[in-house]
Design a protein around this ligand. Structure first.
Ligand code: AMP
Length: 425
């Protein structure tokens, strides 16, 4: 946080009042650095993750600009378009606009797939100042003639890397082709793979680049331990560890989608109630997996880094780094899923010979060595009888010891988000 106030950044009284009600006393670093450029009308490339305050960084300047001159929005049109990769994120962004703009007379709508389009079409009929959308449903509605994008003055592409990871690139490009050339564009992404850099180059004109490093979570309350173990024994070790009932709600991270599937299958065969979440899964499948994890129907959630971003589930007892991440920052991000809300947590890392360098990078970043776990004799019944992908890399042998899946150990916390539209005020 900084000493500057939102009023000093140039925000109007109704916006400052709304921010005070949210207990935002000062801008976060990304807000501090991005907002002046955005208020000046510049394009922006923001490299930042969820948790940095990036939503307000783009939402506040848009509200400030749209809140001023009373430009009426035409029917079936929008003045600001925010594209987000997932329903959860779109709903969250819509809620932020509603909160920050509660004293402004602006309308917003959230457009998402997987729910009936009737109420969304109705909300768009009069036109909206701010439209938050996932790409597929938006394109559908544009093609059916329910919304036009030729009056968009502000475009935000949020979590662009996740958008590409989830295969939305064609939809996004088709949407971009329908926008007027004269507009202010913003692109946010946590990482900058080549595809995202290309998209940014096509989309942005002389952008300001603002990068904030991920907030380092308090890792002090997290017990961090490492197993030095051959890759071929990792599956069996995981099943063995899961015999401990204290591992009540566990996120297992892998580096790739394939490995995530493999671990999930292996756990399934071992009788562990697990589910998997990664970028090749449909939105519905991911939503279901998350819900099962939240309710406790799935005791283990296997995830890749990008798909796991933004998962905010309470009471995660353990994080397992089945494979160490390439970026040490991801390690901090991963283990931060446990020890939330003042609780303690445990993070296990499985490190094979090829990952020693990654471990050194992690220890350099966190400035503390991980506690080394003694090698353990993995009991024969830790490995299932019939494991998927049997082969050299894995050691399935012995008898499976089916566990009773944990049923309903945790109560459902909240409903899956639904499509909605509302007046901002
Ligand atoms: P985001 O990165 O946009 O998902 O924001 C992460 C969290 O930070 C959200 O819970 C916001 O409500 C909160 N937040 C954003 N900006 C501020 C601020 N200036 N002061 C305090 N909290 C903030």
């Amino acid at each position: 946080m900084t000493n500057t106030t939102f009023a000093e950044l140039g925000f109007s009284e109704p916006i400052c009042r709304a921010l005070a009600a949210e207990n935002y006393s000062a801008p976060t670093p990304i807000q501090m650095r991005a907002i002046p450029h955005l208020l000046q009308g510049k394009d922006l490339l923001g490299i930042a993750q969820t948790g940095t305050g990036k939503t307000a960084a783009f939402a506040l300047p848009i509200l400030q600009k749209l809140g001023k001159p009373q430009q009426r929005v035409a029917p079936k049109s929008a003045h600001a378009l925010v594209l987000a990769p997932t329903r959860e994120l779109a709903v969250q962004i819509g809620q932020s606009f509603a909160a920050y703009g509660r004293h402004l007379a602006l309308r917003h709508a959230v457009i998402l797939g997987g729910v009936s389009q009737g109420s969304q079409v109705k909300a768009l009929a009069r036109g909206v100042d701010i439209l938050v959308a996932t790409p597929g449903r938006l394109l559908d509605l544009v093609e059916q003639g329910h919304v036009r994008l030729d009056d968009v003055k502000f475009l935000v592409l949020d979590e662009a890397d996740r958008m590409l990871d989830m295969g939305f690139i064609h939809d996004v490009r088709r949407i971009l082709a329908k926008l007027p050339r004269q507009r202010q564009s913003l692109l946010f992404s946590a990482t900058m793979p080549n595809d995202v850099a290309r998209l940014a180059a096509d989309l942005l004109r002389e952008p300001e680049r603002v990068e904030v490093t991920p907030q380092v979570v308090t890792v002090d309350r997290i017990e961090q331990r490492v197993f030095f173990i051959p890759a071929a024994q990792k599956h069996a070790l995981l099943v063995d560890l899961l015999k401990d009932d204290d591992m009540s709600r566990v996120i297992v991270f892998t580096r790739t989608k394939n490995h995530a599937n493999r671990v999930n299958d292996y756990l399934g065969h071992a009788g562990v109630a697990a589910d998997v979440i990664h970028g090749n899964k449909s939105q519905n499948a991911r939503q279901r997996a998350l819900e099962r994890f939240r309710t406790g129907d799935a005791r283990v959630l296997v995830a890749t880094d990008i798909a796991a971003r933004g998962i905010d589930v309470e009471g995660v007892s353990h994080v397992v780094n089945f494979e160490l991440p390439n970026e040490p920052e991801s390690y901090v991000h991963r283990i931060g899923r446990t020890a939330r809300a003042g609780k303690s947590g445990i993070a296990f890392s499985f490190c094979d010979q090829s990952e020693r360098g990654l471990l050194r990078d992690i220890e350099r970043l966190t400035k503390r060595p991980l506690a080394i776990e003694a090698p353990r004799a993995i009991s024969a019944d830790a490995a299932p009888v019939k494991a998927p992908h049997q082969g050299k890399r894995e050691t399935p042998h012995g008898k499976a010891a089916p566990r009773k899946p944990e049923q309903g150990a945790f109560r459902r916390r909240r409903q899956a988000p639904r499509g909605k539209s509302s007046k901002v005020a």
